[in-house]
Design a protein around this ligand. Structure first.
Ligand SMILES: Nc1ncnc2c1ncn2[C@@H]1O[C@H](COP(=O)(O)OP(=O)(O)O)[C@@H](O)[C@H]1O
Ligand SMILES: [Mg+2]
Length: 359
């Protein structure tokens, strides 16, 4: 850079000196002899300045042209690049759009198939529950039928000897046996009571073995509840309250069957309240069914036992037969209804029977 400037200065000096020499020679010997020395110097200075100015201007112009040219080239390049970038951007946007659409479609398909799967799972669950319920009902009814046959034959066998014992007691009474002996009289009374109890059990067993198809008639469920309440043995430490829906429509049921169900459930509730408590019986009218609930404040049922209470012969009572609830379930199933239970140990139990209004 420095040497370039130096060269320029040298060139300028050489040109100036040459010009100076030419002008001085011209003024001394040549055509400009008449021109004064001052004017000559001025001309020299103008001449040198003019040449320098011209050169500078020319360089500037060239530089300017170069810059212009480079700027044009750059602009062309930039606009080309911009176009390329815009094209790339458009291409990218298009691809993103396409991909988004694809993804949306896939997502819709996925959520559709997810919903379908959910429906299917729900359906399967419902079906397997139905199958299990039907299986349970079948097993229960088969067991009940077998137990029923056994119960019936045992009951008939026992009825005769019991009858003989009853006659013997009657005879003792008639002849005044033990009339004057308190011990004998007490034992005869005990015998008579136990014969009565046994007779009751036999009647229950025979009732149980005689479960028939329901004979349907239009009945009022509230009236059936009231009849059952009249039959139930009351206890002073147990309060029984009812909340019966006035507007219940009459429905087609076998009144004797439904009575038996309500009686068993209420009896169980009372038996679960050793230390007293409260039994609340409610009737309600749903969409197309009538709901009857029995809520007690008794012992409650453990989770483990809840699964077994509808099985024939399951009982936690010393003198229980374990037949009550299995018979209830069969009778309610015979009506196309349901019987459910909810319970908390130490808090109480609610049995809910649902009967369809039309079937
Ligand atoms: N309301 C209730 N509260 C507590 N336990 C109950 C109730 N109802 C039924 N259970 C339980 O269910 C069992 C089966 O009842 P059930 O079939 O009527 O037979 P049983 O009354 O002869 O025992 C009962 O032994 C008892 O353990
Ligand atoms: Mg019972």
């Amino acid at each position: 850079m420095k040497s370039l400037a130096k060269g320029k200065i040298t060139l300028g000096l050489v040109i100036s000196i040459t010009l100076g020499v030419v002008i001085v020679v011209g003024m001394v010997y040549g055509p400009w002899r008449n021109v004064k020395l001052g004017t000559g110097f001025l001309l020299l200075i103008f001449g040198v300045g003019g040449i320098g100015l011209y050169k500078t201007l020319r360089k500037r112009i060239e530089l300017f042209r170069l810059v212009e040219q480079q700027r044009d080239e750059l602009e062309i390049k930039v606009s080309k690049r911009t176009k390329e970038l815009e094209e790339a951007k458009r291409d990218l946007e298009k691809r993103v759009d396409e991909r988004t659409k694809e993804l949306q479609q896939k997502y819709t398909e996925l959520s559709r198939s997810q919903t379908a799967t959910l429906y299917m799972v729900e359906d399967l669950n419902r079906q397997s529950k139905e199958i299990k319920d039907a299986q349970d009902a079948l097993i229960r009814s088969e067991k009940l039928a077998a137990i029923g046959q056994l119960a019936s034959s045992v009951a008939h066998e026992l009825r005769n000897p019991l009858g003989v014992m009853k006659n013997a007691l009657y005879y003792f009474n008639m002849v005044g046996f033990g009339k004057d002996n308190a011990d004998i009289k007490e034992n005869l009374d005990i015998m008579s009571k136990e014969i009565e109890n046994s007779d009751k059990i036999i009647t229950d067993l025979l009732d149980f073995s005689r479960i028939k198809k329901p004979a349907l008639r239009l009945e009022n469920i509230n009236s059936i509840v009231k009849e059952v309440l009249n039959r139930i043995e009351r206890r002073s430490d147990i309060e029984i309250i009812t909340e019966l829906e006035d507007t219940l429509p009459d429905i087609k049921v076998d009144a004797l069957h439904i009575q038996q169900v309500f009686y068993n459930v209420a009896q169980n509730a009372i038996q679960s309240m050793d230390k007293g408590g409260r039994l609340k019986i409610e009737t309600n009218f749903g969409d197309n069914f009538i709901e009857i609930s029995f809520a007690d404040t008794g012992s409650g049922i453990s989770k483990e036992n809840l699964e077994k209470i509808f099985n024939p012969l399951f009982s936690t009572k010393a003198k229980g037969t374990g037949l009550g609830l299995s018979v209830c379930a069969s009778l309610i199933e015979g009506h196309g209804g349901t019987i459910d239970v909810q319970s908390k140990v130490g808090r109480g139990t609610v049995f809910t029977v649902k009967l369809l209004v039309k079937h």
